[in-house]
Structure formats: structure tokens, C-alpha cells
Design a protein around this ligand. Structure first.
Ligand SMILES: Nc1ncnc2c1ncn2[C@@H]1O[C@H](COP(=O)(O)OP(=O)(O)OP(=O)(O)O)[C@@H](O)[C@H]1O
Ligand SMILES: [Mg+2]
Length: 347
């Protein structure tokens, strides 16, 4: 029998395997490793050429699949969950091959950890969105039944229930609107906005619009005066962005004053929204811009929030090739800073 390690066929297969970017290794019928490429070496450092496979790979499902390949002469596939040092999922494809005078099994591994994570995020997202819609929908249906039945002729109850139903319907409409905006911005993420927009005018328009809410919440809303700061942007999106940040500061920072500043900082247009309210604990900061993430879901919902505001802000900033930073400490308020590229003529 030809020596599988030294024959020209062995060297050829080894060269081929080494050229592949994904982890691939070759096992002989004696269950010894005949070739390991560098990607496999990084993944399974204990797997060494000429060693028995079981010494370097403690994965019964993979060993079984290799045995099946030799027994049936048919290609096989399997999945393998590696738990150490971190959890990783692999799809493994195994195929028989003639390797010089020897029969071998070629094993290719595909790391599907990331695609599984995205898959899970997608299903979480659908679950979250349905959940957010189900609650107001159930409430509207409940009131309709009450109005059709027990409260049919109750003038006062009708007025009250219709008011609640209108609120709930508006809430659902807002949720759907936000979801549509998110997906639209996501679709256009690669198209950079190109209009020259004065960030100061944007901030002024939103501050004016939120004046009533601020007064009702006892919040002093201050916009520092200064010259125009013209950035490359999409007007509607920048209005959404400013509205979400300033509205959050008023809603969650009340009754502390809110300071809105527009200036040129580090050669970029900056919108800074600072409140002096309860702030946000450090452990929440990294997740704040996730869809539906709320520090206190009950409190946010009571204020009509859906937890999509900062997700929208993040997407808008990304599309504008800008940067969002959030600084906060419990009890010391929160500062949201958005940096956006200036329009060329103002640089
Ligand atoms: N200035 C702030 N101070 C304290 N907490 C804040 C502040 N801004 C945001 N948060 C927290 O971050 C969470 C997420 O904010 P986001 O704007 O994404 O959602 P929301 O305001 O709850 O809902 P929506 O924006 O859809 O009305 C809020 O629920 C709140 O807990
Ligand atoms: Mg918000």
C-alpha cells in the first residue's frame, strides 16, 4: 500500500486543501488525519497530521459521519455545535475520495454561527413587532365588543372608550410607520444623502414643535443660538433624528432642562442634545439603539413609545456616514451627540 503521507497524490491533495479559505481536512480509512489546512489549524489546533482523528476532534457526530462515508461510499452532511471556548455552530460536509491508492474522506466545515445569530435576530424582531401590535389591537377589539354589548347605550362610556381606542389606533399607526421608515432607510443605506441641509434650522423646527410637550412636562427647552451649520443630508431623515433625540430628552429627562446645541466640531456638523435627568445605567448603553429596546418598557409605553426611536436614529446616522455617541451616568443626565459630514461649500 502506498504511503498516504509521502505519495505525489498526497502532496497534490495537501496543496489543494491548503489553498482553500474555509476549514478543510482529510482523513484516511485508518482514521488518521492525512491533511489539515491552515483554516482548520486555527479552528482546531489539536488536529495534527498523522495523528488519530479522535485525539484532536472530540465530536461524536463528526466521527460517526466519517465512519458512514467509509461504509457507504456516499457523501454525508451533519451539524456540529462546538461549545468551547465559545459556542459555534458548524455545518459539515463530508465526501469520499480516492487519494493515491487510498480511500479518504474530505471534511469541509462551515461556520454558520453568524448567520444563525442573524436568523435569531430576525425571528426575535418579528416576535417583538407582533407583540407590540397585539396589545393595542386586543384593547381596541375589547372596547368594540363592549360598545356593541353592555355599553351600547351608555353615552359617557362611549366617549371615554372611543378616546382610548383612538389612542391605541394611533399607537399602532405610529408603530407601523416607524417600521416602514426603518426598512426604507435600511434599503437606502448605501445611497449617501447629498442635499445641503442646515442642521440649525432642523433643530429650531423640532424645538418649536416640541414646545408644547416641554411646557406640559415642565421642561425648559433651550436651543443655543449660533450660525448655520450646513451638512450633507436628507431633510426628512434629519428631522426624524432630531425629533427622536429631543423628544427622548424631554420625555425621560423631565423635569430637568434640555439643552440643544448645533455647532461645528472636529470639522463636522454636530447636534448635541443634553438633559440633566435620571440618565441611563452603563449596562443599557450598548443595547439602546436596538429595535424595541427600552430601559423601562412600561414607562416608555405609557409615554406612547415603541422603542424604535433610537434604532431609527442609528440607521439615519449610518446612512449619513456620521457618528452617534451616547454618554450618560445614572443620576447625571444623558448627552446624545450626532456628528455629520459638512456640505463641501461650507468646509
Ligand atoms: N435622554 C434619555 N434619558 C434616559 N433614558 C433615555 C433617554 N433617551 C432614551 N432613553 C431610554 O432609551 C430607550 C429607547 O429609546 P427610543 O427612543 O429608542 O425608544 P422610546 O423613546 O421608548 O420609543 P419611541 O422613540 O419609539 O417613542 C427609552 O425607552 C428610554 O428607556
Ligand atoms: Mg424615543
Amino acid at each position: 500500500m502506498a504511503d498516504p503521507i509521502e505519495s505525489p497524490a498526497t502532496r497534490a491533495v495537501e496543496a489543494l486543501v491548503n489553498a482553500l479559505p474555509d476549514p478543510v481536512f482529510v482523513v484516511g480509512a485508518d482514521m488518521r488525519v492525512a491533511a489539515v489546512n491552515p483554516a482548520t489549524g486555527r479552528l482546531l489546533p489539536a488536529l495534527r497530521k498523522n495523528d488519530l482523528l479522535v485525539r484532536g476532534l472530540r465530536a461524536p457526530e463528526v466521527l460517526d459521519a466519517i465512519a458512514r462515508v467509509f461504509k457507504t461510499g456516499q457523501a454525508q452532511s451533519t451539524v456540529w455545535l462546538d461549545r468551547f471556548p465559545i459556542e459555534r455552530h458548524f455545518e459539515i460536509h463530508l465526501a469520499p475520495a480516492q487519494f493515491g491508492a487510498n480511500r479518504v474522506c474530505v471534511v469541509a466545515l462551515r461556520d454558520v454561527t453568524e448567520s444563525r445569530r442573524i436568523e435569531r435576530m430576525r425571528s426575535d424582531f418579528v416576535a417583538n413587532a407582533s407583540h407590540e401590535l397585539r396589545t393595542p389591537l386586543a384593547s381596541v377589539l375589547g372596547f368594540i365588543e363592549t360598545l356593541q354589548g353592555p355599553a351600547k347605550n351608555d353615552e359617557a362610556a362611549r366617549e371615554k372608550f372611543l378616546g382610548i381606542m383612538a389612542d391605541q389606533a394611533r399607537r399602532m399607526a405610529r408603530l407601523v410607520g416607524d417600521l416602514l421608515s426603518l426598512s426604507r432607510i435600511e434599503q437606502n443605506l448605501h445611497i449617501r444623502p447629498s442635499a445641503a441641509i442646515d442642521l440649525r434650522a432642523i433643530a429650531a423646527q423640532i424645538v418649536d414643535g416640541l414646545r408644547t410637550l416641554a411646557d406640559e412636562s415642565g421642561v425648559e427647552l433651550r436651543l443655543a443660538s449660533g450660525p448655520a451649520v450646513v451638512v450633507l443630508g436628507d431633510r426628512d431623515e434629519l428631522l426624524r433624528l432630531a425629533e427622536n433625540l429631543i423628544e427622548n430628552a424631554v420625555k425621560y429627562g423631565a423635569p430637568s432642562p434640555v439643552d440643544v446645541t448645533v455647532e461645528v466640531r472636529d470639522g463636522q456638523g454636530a447636534l448635541i442634545v443634553a438633559d440633566h435627568g435620571p440618565g441611563i445605567a452603563a449596562e443599557h448603553l450598548p443595547r439602546l439603539t436596538e429595535r424595541f429596546y427600552r430601559v423601562d418598557a412600561g414607562a416608555s409605553r405609557a409615554k406612547g413609545g415603541t422603542g424604535l426611536g433610537l434604532a431609527l436614529v442609528k440607521h439615519i446616522v449610518a446612512r449619513h456616514r456620521g457618528r452617534l455617541t451616547i454618554e450618560s451616568e445614572l443620576g447625571k443626565g444623558a448627552t446624545f451627540t450626532v456628528l455629520l459630514p459638512l456640505a463641501p461649500q461650507t468646509m
